[in-house]
Design a protein around this ligand. Structure first.
Ligand SMILES: Cc1cc2nc3c(=O)[nH]c(=O)nc-3n(C[C@H](O)[C@H](O)[C@H](O)COP(=O)(O)O)c2cc1C
Length: 212
């Protein structure tokens, strides 16, 4: 089971795509969306939080997840959720996108919400913690927080494009970052071609050019 938190940084679509791909690959997902993230979702995706399972409702509307049976969502204030305990079975946690506020809380062990508590649990239990911080430019405080978390065992994966995958749309760019996260989680995907696949696809063309 993989825990995914979406916080109030720009780019909640990154977290949504990750959850869709995890569900499509048969992974169980425990998800938490912060209040600030819902504001950004309203602003960037023109979607208003509604109902008792608002993330499931959003995923249903998008229609990109094969099934929602493996999804469980928790209120960000619910410290009784299994994610708040070291005995919970989550193998890895991803915060995507990760706001500078949540980054700072995670870096200092300030576990005042389910998201920051679950980060704390992941670090203390030595589980995989992947943070996708979204801000630019970065202050010395942001950078120090990232270094601190990296030294504590977290992986810092900024949503930075690799242009070698030839992105044409925002969807391609989102899928590139999503694929990078799935790589770290050890989950197979076809969201973009690896450098090796691209190089071998380009090789026959290069040979032909050379022969002409
Ligand atoms: C439209 C919008 C975009 C935002 N983008 C970012 C951002 O990219 N990075 C960031 O650190 N904070 C951003 N913020 C500010 C955070 O939402 C704010 O710091 C919030 O308290 C984060 O709370 P959370 O970490 O609990 O989700 C944005 C806020 C809004 C309204």
């Amino acid at each position: 089971m993989i825990a995914v938190a979406i916080t109030g940084a720009s780019g909640p679509l990154l977290g949504i795509r990750l959850i869709e791909e995890l569900l499509n690959s048969g992974e169980a997902v425990y998800a938490v969306v912060s209040e600030a993230a819902w504001s950004v979702i309203a602003h960037e995706l023109s979607y208003r939080k509604a109902g008792p399972a608002p993330l499931a409702a959003l995923l249903l509307k998008r229609g990109k997840a094969s099934s929602l049976k493996l999804l469980k969502e928790f209120d960000p204030h619910d410290l009784f959720s299994p994610l708040a305990s070291g005995s919970s079975p989550f193998g890895a946690m991803v915060v995507v996108p990760c706001s500078m506020k949540t980054l700072s809380a995670a870096a200092s062990g300030y576990a005042d919400s389910l998201i920051t508590r679950a980060c704390d649990v992941a670090l203390k239990e030595k589980r995989k913690l992947i943070l996708v911080p979204r801000e630019t430019p970065l202050s010395a405080i942001h950078l120090e927080n990232m270094l601190r978390l990296s030294r504590a065992g977290a992986t810092i994966l900024p949503p930075v494009m690799g242009f070698y995958s030839g992105p044409k749309t925002i969807g391609d760019m989102v899928d590139f970052v999503t694929g990078k996260i799935l790589n770290l989680l050890g989950i197979k995907h076809r969201l973009f071609k690896s450098w090796e696949e691209q190089a071998s696809a380009a090789a026959p063309k290069a040979k032909k050019r050379g022969a002409a």
